[in-house]
Design a protein around this ligand. Structure first.
Ligand code: GLA
Length: 521
């Protein structure tokens, strides 16, 4: 099941969210054999000129059609009918299938004179394509290429504090284009985000078209001139990031860097790229899924990025496989590495991901950060209290702060969360001691992180669904805080408080947080 974690990306949910059947199919005649492997080519839904390949292995018998749909080298059974050239079949996923495989996709069309044309009904979208017969090999992952011998990639000196910026995926998925990226750069400056530390404007998946005759990666029509776009972002005083996969295909099934690692690194440098998110995706189908193999895969790009003499932050996206934080992420040259599957814009997802990170918080250090995925703040699926928890928790963890919302249309509340400089200061504190849980009482979790000036950041988190009273006891604090009046700053209320006794009591709203910075007088 390992492969499926990375397959739950938002784009696929969007594609396959339901079924709409429409139109009538004219009858046809003179069919020949449907038996064999087929490649259905349909336009990618974002209208970027790229093609989605869906493969089938079909067998006909009397009026029935059975077989498999093969996508990303994974299979789902299909079954249906073939009646005088009119074909209709549906994916039949097992009830337990994860990811896109558990949703039904309907295909209907014409099979005549050995020509197969199909409408694919996926989600609320219908796309039309022509299928051609292919060999079985075309439906299989490519043979592995040799991987380099392991060595430690030297520290590139970047990302001394957790990277801060914006990424297109959470809000835009496959709808991202040149104009939107420029607009995000404009908004990052005009909103004031750049002044409080956000600097990277990162393009995620679906910018790719394919390769030119020399094997150079080429952007699709949504991105007519990457170099000009990078120049524009740089002209705003910002930096620009891009996305790829070591696999033959990315997670949205666009062109990956398989077999072109060094060449792609050189292209990114020529374009003026400053940050690369490198997403495992289909490489999981080519290579083994163990720490040495993953290290070699990521080391190959880590070495390539260092060879092109341009500082490029290296962001590993491998969903926390093979305990990346324990060492191989850093050895492969990574500045940050994903520690979990994809975040979603809802409390359960953010809560589960965020609080699962405390036990591995001790593995981070300057230049090498755990990445529990991008922020969902401002995307609408959580309450303001939940988003404050999101920002507070990521800051206590010293996690990258990569916004994932539309920066052009932020409410004042969203701005106040993303641009709370007192909370950002916790995230960006010169890191020397990790966050720990100092108390867990019912739904109240108290997290504490020592800061470089001798103060401590304390989060009183309420993971429950009712407003609850939280107690911060002096005994939960380090020994330097044992006596005297403590100065406390409430980082969301922007208020100064004092703690003279042994307990500070606060009311914490459902899924909310009271975030304090405490210093001994
Ligand atoms: C994976 C990653 C996401 C995003 C998508 C793009 O799911 O984890 O962050 O990059 O791929 O396809």
């Amino acid at each position: 099941m390992k492969q499926f974690i990375s397959r739950s990306c938002a784009m696929i949910s969007m594609l396959l969210a339901g079924i709409v059947l429409s139109g009538s199919i004219p009858a046809a005649s003179a069919q020949s054999s449907l038996n064999g492997y087929w490649d259905l080519r349909t336009p990618n839904p974002s209208g970027d000129g790229t093609v989605l390949h869906t493969y089938f292995h079909l067998q006909e018998s009397s009026n029935t059609v059975v077989g498999q749909l093969i996508r990303w080298y994974h299979t789902v059974p299909v079954g249906g009918t073939l009646d005088h050239g009119t074909i209709h079949f549906v994916t039949q996923p097992p009830a337990t299938a994860p990811g896109w495989e558990h949703r039904s996709i309907v295909f209907e069309g014409i099979f005549s004179d050995n020509k197969l044309t199909l409408d694919m009904h996926a989600g609320d979208r219908v796309t039309h394509g022509v299928a051609t017969q292919v060999t079985e090999e075309a439906t299989q992952p490519p043979k592995p290429l040799p991987l380099p011998a392991l060595h430690d990639v030297p520290d590139n000196g970047l990302a001394r504090t957790p990277p801060m910026g914006w990424n297109s995926w959470n809000k835009f998925a496959n709808k991202i284009d040149d104009a939107a990226v420029r607009a995000m750069a404009d908004a990052m400056v005009s909103s004031g985000m750049s002044k409080v530390g956000y600097v990277y404007i990162n393009i995620d998946d679906t910018w790719e078209l394919g390769r030119d005759a020399k094997g150079n990666i080429v952007a699709n029509k949504k991105f007519p001139d990457m170099k000009a776009l990078a120049d524009y972002v740089h002209s705003k005083g910002l930096k620009i990031g891009i996305y790829s996969s070591p696999g033959p295909k990315t997670c949205a099934y666009y062109e990956g860097s398989f077999g072109h690692v060094q060449q792609d690194a050189a292209t990114y440098a020529a374009w003026g790229i400053d940050y690369l998110k490198y997403d495992l995706c289909t490489d999981l189908d080519v290579y083994k899924d163990d720490a040495p193999t993953l290290q070699a895969i990521y080391q190959e790009m880590g070495d390539a990025l260092q060879s092109i003499h341009r500082p490029i932050v290296y962001s590993l996206c491998e969903y926390g496989r093979a305990n990346v934080w324990t060492g191989w992420g850093e050895k492969s040259g990574g500045n940050l590495w994903r520690t979990t599957g994809d975040i979603e814009d809802r409390w359960e997802s953010m809560d589960k991901i965020g609080f699962s990170q405390i036990k591995i918080a001790s593995y981070v250090k300057p230049g090498h950060w755990n990445d529990p995925d991008m922020l969902e703040i401002g995307n609408g699926g959580m309450t303001a209290d939940e988003y404050r928890t999101h920002m507070s928790l990521w800051s206590m963890l010293a996690a990258p702060l990569i916004a994932g919302n539309d920066l052009r249309t932020m409410t004042d509340e969203t701005k106040s969360i993303l641009m709370n400089t007192e909370v950002i200061a916790i995230d960006q504190d010169l890191h020397f001691r990790p966050v720990t849980e100092v108390s867990h009482d019912g739904n109240i979790e108290v997290l504490l992180r020592p800061l470089s000036d001798g103060s401590v950041a304390v989060g009183l988190f309420n993971r429950g669904a009712e407003t609850t009273t939280a107690n911060l006891k002096r005994s939960m604090l380090p020994s330097a805080f044992s006596n005297g009046t403590l100065h406390m700053r409430d980082l969301w209320r922007h208020a100064d408080l004092a703690m003279g006794g042994d307990v500070y009591t606060a009311s914490v709203p459902k899924h909310g947080v009271v975030m304090l910075r405490i210093s001994a007088q």
